[in-house]
Design a protein around this ligand. Structure first.
Ligand code: 9YT
Length: 165
């Protein structure tokens, strides 16, 4: 558990799932998955997820998983920070907290998908690559046409960072 400026960064528990679901709903910008999905991430994938808390409030959540291809790639699914706690570097601190964990010891590449309008996440990952002195390539990921036609979902570009030192 890390504490920086009164915010605690740690591994989530199943109990955090419901609060995480509310955080993602309030944050507004991300795809809201089912509460079951967030509970399952906080349970089975806790080693590669980070929850940020200020007192009793859940103010940030990062979900990620090691690629089942077992090729040293960490897939970062969502990075969410509550409205009231933006511009404090919480997203970046969650990423560094995760990369410093034993569970990420063999990670050499980070992949994530980000839509064009999610400027905060685009800056976050480009900034991370610069800090870790690693190349960042952006390519087409999930095209708009791949999503259900009535979902209004934007295209998601694939960011790939690495090799990490
Ligand atoms: C890095 C990040 O948060 N990507 C979002 C992917 C997608 N739009 C989602 O799950 O919300």
């Amino acid at each position: 558990m890390k504490v920086i400026s009164g915010i605690r960064y740690g591994m989530p528990n199943t109990d955090d799932g419901a609060n995480v679901w509310e955080l993602i709903r309030e944050a507004g910008r991300l795809d809201l998955n089912s509460s079951y999905c967030y509970m399952m991430l906080c349970d089975y994938f806790k080693e590669t997820c980070v929850v940020a808390k200020h007192e009793d409030e859940t103010v940030g959540f990062l979900s990620a998983l090691c690629s089942p291809r077992d090729d040293g790639t960490l897939f970062v699914w969502q990075v969410a920070v509550s409205m009231n706690h933006r511009r404090k570097g919480i997203g970046k601190k969650m990423l560094h907290t995760l990369l410093d964990r034993e569970s990420c010891r063999d990670i050499r590449f980070i992949e994530t998908t980000i839509s064009q309008d999610n400027l905060a996440s685009r800056h976050l990952f480009i900034g991370l690559a610069a800090e870790r002195v690693a190349p960042c390539t952006i390519s087409s990921g999930y095209e708009k046409e791949m999503f259900p036609s009535d979902s209004q979902h934007e295209a998601e570009q694939l960011f790939r960072i690495g090799p990490l030192l």
